[in-house]
Unconditional design. Structure first.
Length: 158
């Protein structure tokens, strides 16, 4: 092996080392590079790359550069996916808030006119309290995701 080939190999292995624990899109799938082992195989000219999805990628060392080009950075995609996931599970959107307001006000009106609805009103207010606690938990989770994005990717959802 020429000195140039050795230098190229070292550069590719160094790049792979820096990819560990990073988020990437590989063949359309979001993956994390957990680790690798180099100089394996019968001739010691292969590398195995271990992904968080349980897959192992085997590649000849001379082809490692081309293989690494197939890994696309997913930093921005992770932030977008986390944000969309939070929006899709959000407990408090405008229609829910309006419905809650109407339910609470209706329960208060019912209590004024018919004191016999106290038990029903208690159940309504317990449900509302549960939703408030859920919204608080969601806000804390959003803070956590933003903080994680800030530390991991240098910017969070503002």
């Amino acid at each position: 092996m020429s000195e140039r080939d050795k230098t190229m190999e070292e550069a590719m292995l160094n790049q792979l080392e820096h990819m560990k624990s990073g988020a990437f899109i590989y063949r359309g799938e979001l993956v994390e590079v957990l680790g690798y082992v180099d100089h394996v195989g019968e001739d010691g000219d292969e590398v195995e790359i271990y992904l968080n999805n349980g897959k192992t990628i085997e590649c000849k060392l001379p082809n490692l550069g081309d293989k690494l080009k197939q890994f696309k950075s997913a930093e921005g995609a992770v932030r977008i996916m986390a944000s969309r996931k939070m929006d899709s599970v959000s407990a408090m959107n405008a229609s829910v808030m309006g419905e809650l307001r109407d339910t609470i006000l209706g329960s208060i009106r019912d209590l004024k006119t018919d004191p016999g609805t106290v038990n029903q009103a208690k159940q309504v207010f317990q449900g509302v309290n549960t939703l408030i606690n859920l919204a608080k938990m969601e806000l804390e989770y959003r803070k956590y995701v933003d903080n994680f994005n800030e530390k991991q990717f240098g910017g969070g959802k503002k």
